[in-house]
Design a protein around this ligand. Structure first.
Ligand SMILES: NC(=O)c1ccc[n+]([C@@H]2O[C@H](COP(=O)([O-])OP(=O)(O)OC[C@H]3O[C@@H](n4cnc5c(N)ncnc54)[C@H](OP(=O)(O)O)[C@@H]3O)[C@@H](O)[C@H]2O)c1
Length: 312
């Protein structure tokens, strides 16, 4: 059994990861921003960098998934929170990991670091792009420096779009498709690099165990799809049409800068390090991922049996 300290544990990935680690017999201590409730929680303040000096003593690993959501309109105050919540939380934990001789710090990052890259195949060796998300992710990954220089094995998980049964991208998209309003965004030619929540959890656990892996790791399925195909696959699973195209200018009108950097951007990622370390995806194909996720919601019972992977 290992002692694992987890920040951002109340989020989509943090909740599923906590359950999975606990099921395997690990002790998970959650860093929370509210008053701690019980022996498995510790209070911290990532904004001021306040954490108990002994919070990471005898801890075998730290996983940091903290970060303000990027899914609402990017006003200037929100952009500030998006950046600071990631960089300050990471800096705080990186310094504390080095002081406490924690062996490994697994930190979230995102494929947003690559910017908009058309059909280019992107892996851990690809240079960053340009844009707000690129700058945010670069700062996020650099914030690990104090841990790295202190001898801690550090990993930046560049997550693609995490598809979960509750919350996240699927929860926002599904109502549109239910009303028959789903379809290509802009040209629909942009690449979407996605990952099923069970595989995102599995990848973090895999990286905890891979003592020789460090640095950036792309955490996506090995099968990215073009956005129009993504929409068509979801629509087929929901038995709904997917022919209503939403023009780029409408997306920009409603979502502002987020439209270009999240909805219309093209990132064709290849998870080279996960492949090289023999990670096995449970849901490498989008259609089966949607089948499983919709079955978990009890909303797609027509044509498939439940594929059982404990998530919640
Ligand atoms: N979901 C995706 O598609 C995706 C894609 C790429 C990268 N990522 C990154 O992967 C990580 C986990 O993703 P997720 O979907 O589980 O995120 P999430 O559901 O938005 O959860 C993130 C967690 O961060 C903490 N948090 C929220 N606002 C914060 C703030 N202002 N300051 C400090 N902490 C704050 C919260 O945990 P507490 O309340 O417990 O502190 C929250 O539950 C995030 O860093 C996210 O940016 C996610």
């Amino acid at each position: 059994m290992s002692n694992i300290v987890l920040a951002g544990s109340s989020g989509i990935l943090g909740t599923a990861l906590t359950k999975s680690l606990e099921l395997q017999g690990h002790q998970v201590i959650r860093l929370v921003r509210r008053p701690a409730n019980g022996p498995n929680e510790l209070t911290w303040n990532p904004t001021t960098g306040t954490i108990a000096p002994d919070a990471l003593t005898n801890c075998d690993a730290v996983v940091n998934l903290a970060g303000e959501s990027i899914s609402s309109r990017w006003t200037n105050p929100r952009k500030k929170r998006i950046v600071e919540s990631r960089i300050l939380s990471t800096q705080c934990l990186a310094e504390q990991c080095a002081r406490s001789n924690v062996p490994v710090l697994i930190n979230a990052s995102a494929i947003g670091i690559y910017g908009n890259r058309a059909d280019e195949i992107l892996d851990e060796t690809s240079p960053p792009g340009v844009g707000f998300l690129t700058d945010t992710c670069m700062g996020w990954e650099h914030a690990l420096d104090p841990a790295r220089s202190g001898g801690v094995r550090t990993v930046s998980c560049r997550f693609g779009m995490i598809l979960a049964p509750k919350g996240g991208a699927l929860a926002r998209l599904k109502p549109l498709f239910d009303f028959g309003l789903g379809g290509p965004l802009g040209t629909g030619l942009q690449w979407v690099s996605w990952i099923h929540l069970a595989d995102a959890v599995g990848a973090v656990e895999h990286l905890l165990a891979q003592n020789a892996t460090e640095g950036a790791v792309v955490v996506t399925s090995p099968n990215p799809v073009r956005q129009a195909q993504f929409a068509k696959t979801l629509a087929n699973r929901l038995h709904r049409p997917s022919w209503i195209r939403t023009s780029a200018w409408i997306l920009r009108l409603f979502a502002g800068q987020m439209a270009d950097e999240l909805l219309l951007t093209s990132q064709r990622c290849h998870p080279a390090k996960l492949c090289a370390t023999d990670f096995v995806w449970k849901f490498p194909e989008l259609d089966l991922a949607f089948q499983d996720l919709l079955n978990r919601q009890g909303l797609s019972g027509k044509d498939g049996s439940m594929i059982s992977v404990p998530l919640e």
